[in-house]
Write a protein that binds this ligand. Structure first.
Ligand SMILES: [Mg+2]
Length: 181
């Protein structure tokens, strides 16, 4: 049961994602979360490294799509800045926004990766759709109050997954240290 929350990889940031390896393994589509994955929740400016990362992924041949539970206006602004399609007001972990994203990407679930900072939206939703899921540490500590509450439960699950050997001890330790409220 707890396995449904378990990411395939647990990394520090977007920049730790091994795009070459993903490509070699046959992945062609990447669904990206926005808030605290691409930029801080409280910011609307993408940093240069993130823009370059997205550009490089596209140059490699990956198709990218943003999905965010945030409101349309914010999502469209970020999508326009990166020149990628987006699904806004997504209500992850529901399956619908992931299906919409797959349609935009024109990829199959087995060749699609989802990258996000939240276990209960990005990872749960991705796992429900049988996508390859990558959990990254949130880029900033600031977030919605409701998210902070979810983080407490998330921490407990991360500890359990680590004890069971599903998440490496070092990844769990790093994440728990960073997500301390
Ligand atoms: Mg997020």
């Amino acid at each position: 049961m707890i396995k449904i929350f378990c990411p395939d990889e647990c990394l520090g940031s977007l920049f730790d994602v091994d795009l070459d390896e993903l490509w070699q393994k046959g992945y062609r589509g990447i669904i990206l979360d926005i808030d605290n994955t691409l930029l801080p929740w409280a910011s609307d400016t993408l940093d240069q490294d993130t823009i370059i990362w997205v550009k490089r992924a596209r140059e490699m041949g990956f198709r990218l799509c943003l999905t965010s539970n945030a409101l349309r206006e914010r999502v469209e602004k970020i999508a326009a800045a990166l020149d990628v399609p987006a699904v806004a007001s997504a209500i992850k972990p529901r399956k619908k926004p992931f299906r919409q994203a797959l349609r935009l990407l024109q990829t199959q679930p087995r060749e699609t990766v989802v990258i996000g900072d939240q276990m209960f939206t990005d990872i749960l939703g991705g796992n429900r759709m049988a996508l390859y899921t990558i959990l990254i540490d949130p880029v900033a500590a600031e977030e919605l109050k409701a998210t902070k509450v979810m983080r407490l439960i998330e921490r407990r699950i991360i500890r359990r997954l680590s004890r069971k050997g599903n998440i490496s001890e070092s990844a769990a330790r790093r994440r728990l240290a960073k997500s301390k409220g």
